[in-house]
Every structure is written in C-alpha cells, then in structure tokens.
Design a protein around this ligand. Structure first.
Ligand code: ADP
Ligand code: MG
Length: 345
C-alpha cells in the first residue's frame, strides 16, 4: 500500500457552506465551496434554509470538484464526510450523499469530526508554514467554536479550554451587528480596525477560570456603550466606526492571546497552530507574529481557504484515517453534538 496513490472525495456540509474536495494523498487537487448567500438578509444562519441550499448545491459542487481535479469517480479510493458537530439538517445532506456514493461505488466510507479536521488541516501538503510536530497546541477560532486543544497525535487530542457561551466569531459578528454592519461582520470589523485607534474606547475583559473563554459579557458591554453614546450623539457610530472596531478587535485579541500564553505556560509547548475563520483576522495574525519574535513561539496559520469551512480539511483526515483503515459502516448517522476528544465522553 506504501506507494499507492489514494484518491479521496471529501464532503463538508456542517453549517452553511457546501464543499467538496478531491485529494491525492495529502495533496489537494480541488476544493470547491458554495457559500450560501441566503442567510445574509437574516443576520445569521437559518438552519432550515441551510439544509435546503445544501440539497441544491451538493451535486454540482461534487461534479465541479471531480472535474477540476480531473479525476473520474471510478478512480476514487474512499469517500470522507463531516459527521459532526454542526446543524443536524445540514449534516444529514452530506452524510446521506456520502453514504449513497460509497455504496454505489463500492468504496470505503470515512466519517470525520469537523473540529479534528480544522486542526489537521495543517497537514495538507504545501502549507507555507509546514506542518507542526506533535505535541502542539491548536486554537480553533470560528463562528461556531473557540477551543484550545492539546494535540498529542493525529487522533489523540485533549480540549484544554473552550468558550462557555459565544464563539469568538460570534463575538465579532454580534458586535458588527450592533454597529449596523452586514452579516457576517467579522471581516468588516477587521477592515475598519486596521485604520482605527485601538485605545480609543476601553472595553472590559472577562475573568474566566482556567483556559476557558467567555464573550457574551463583552457583547453586552459594547451594546450598552453604543446605546449610551448614540443617545448623546445619534451619529456616534458613523463618526467613530474605525476607532470602535479597533477597540473591539484589540479586546478580543487580548482575550485570545492571554489564554494562549497561559496554555503555553501550563504545557511548556510553544508550537501553536490556529484554524477556523477568525484565523483570517489581521489582529490575531499580528499578535502571533509578535509572539514568534518576542516569546520564541513557532506559529502555524493555514492558507485562508483551509481556515474556513472547507472539504479539503475533511479530505486530509480521510487520507490519514484511510492509512489506518479507520472506515465507517453504512449504518452510521450524523451527529450534531460530536465531542472532539472521545476520551472525555
Ligand atoms: P463557522 O463555520 O464555525 O461559522 P467559519 O470557520 O466559517 O466558522 O468562520 C466564519 C467566522 O469567521 C465568522 O464569524 C466571521 O465573521 C469570522 N471571520 C472571518 N474573517 C474574519 C476576520 N478577518 N476577522 C474577524 N472575524 C472573521
Ligand atoms: Mg462557516
């Protein structure tokens, strides 16, 4: 099996992105994502609409992924899919599709934990920072998750800390909503923050035990602050948008970096790999670069297309599991709440 090339078709449908990828071993041949625009007008993901859009998108997205990779279905070695965690209706579309295809083609089916995939995305071939070595610390920061994970091996991970309420991406998006910015507002907060004064408006940082996070208090204090200021000056947000965004972003990045520093102190591990959509944030990227210089950390940031929800990361886990013959049975079902470390169950 050593020299055999493994072709994996991977499918991701956990939230609002329908994605399919084809990999040749750890190399991505194609990674096609249909992002659902329908949710923008609601200011957040509407589960029922997400599920319907996945049903419409999945066939064309898989076709496109195979075409771009120039791979015929018959060449595939296995089908990998996101089993969870995520929205049940969304997961069911990808799960059913993957099961049918593997049955039809008579090739193995491989279930993948979405959170593990965010972490193992670092092992996709050709990343500019290379792949971290075990053990390393992973921080997954996205619209649905905020976790610090001790990664001992590909499938041996331990959650050291996670959010007790909102995810960090939600903190960005909800702050943006308070400021009247369109959904998802995270990238816009980042854009305006880069031209603003981060010290203009101080926001309190929560006091949370251990390596856990909390972002809901910050959201409330931003809301009250904006309400108070707009009562005095209705144009307050408009006149101070860049400074407000810079101040919010600085506070969020401080919260993340404080916990990362604590995790490094507690574990003695200085290899830090980040993932999830918020990894695109310029503030966190700069803070990590500074920590490389000042603290001697080694940091790993995947290419942006592998940070947000994507099927390529599902595919690389599919490949790693294929090598270990970790295959799934046809009676497997989607799992909306799917813990990253089974040991904790
Ligand atoms: P999920 O699938 O868990 O919702 P994703 O990995 O798709 O999350 O990432 C989406 C999240 O990342 C959104 O909350 C979005 O606002 C946030 N995000 C993306 N780019 C940035 C950025 N530059 N700064 C801050 N947040 C960002
Ligand atoms: Mg997403």
């Amino acid at each position: 099996m050593k020299n055999e090339t493994i072709y994996i078709l991977a499918i991701e449908s956990s939230c609002d992105d329908t994605s399919a990828a084809v990999l040749s071993n750890k190399k991505v041949l194609s990674n096609i994502t249909a992002t659902q625009k329908i949710h923008e007008e609601y200011g957040g993901v509407v589960p029922e609409l997400a599920s319907r859009a996945h049903q419409q998108n999945i066939v064309p997205v898989v076709h496109q992924a195979l075409n771009k990779a120039n791979i015929d279905k018959k060449q595939l070695s296995a089908i990998a899919f996101t089993r969870g965690p995520g929205l049940m209706g969304s997961l069911l579309v990808g799960t059913s599709f993957a099961k049918s295809l593997s049955l039809g083609l008579n090739i193995p089916l491989i279930e993948v934990n979405h959170m593990q995939a965010h972490i193992l995305a670092h092992f996709i071939e050709g990343q500019q920072d290379g792949a971290p070595e075990f053990p390393f610390l992973a921080m997954t920061i996205s619209g649905g998750h905020t976790q610090i994970v001790l990664v001992k091996d590909f499938f041996d991970m331990e959650i050291l800390g996670e959010t007790l309420d909102d995810a960090v991406g939600e903190a960005f998006d909800k702050s943006a909503k308070i400021l009247g910015l369109p959904y998802p507002g995270g990238p816009l907060v980042d854009k305006y923050a880069q031209e603003g004064n981060p010290k203009a408006f101080p926001f309190p940082k929560p006091k949370v035990e251990g390596l856990n996070f909390s972002f809901s208090g910050l959201k409330t204090s931003i809301l009250y602050f904006i309400q108070r200021e707009t009562a005095k000056n209705p144009d307050f947000v408009q006149e101070n948008l860049k400074d407000i965004c810079a101040s919010i972003q600085k506070t969020i990045i401080h919260i993340l970096m404080d916990k990362l520093k604590k995790a490094v102190e507690e574990t003695g591990i200085t290899q830090i790999a980040i993932g999830g959509g918020v990894s695109a944030n310029s503030g966190i990227r700069n803070a990590l670069k500074m920590a490389e210089k000042n603290r001697g950390w080694q940091t790993f940031i995947p290419r942006f297309e592998y940070c947000t929800d994507n099927a390529a990361m599902i595919g690389v886990v599919g490949y790693l599991k294929y090598q270990q013959h970790k295959f799934s049975e046809q009676d497997i079902s989607a799992k909306a709440r799917y813990m990253l470390s089974q040991k904790k169950l």
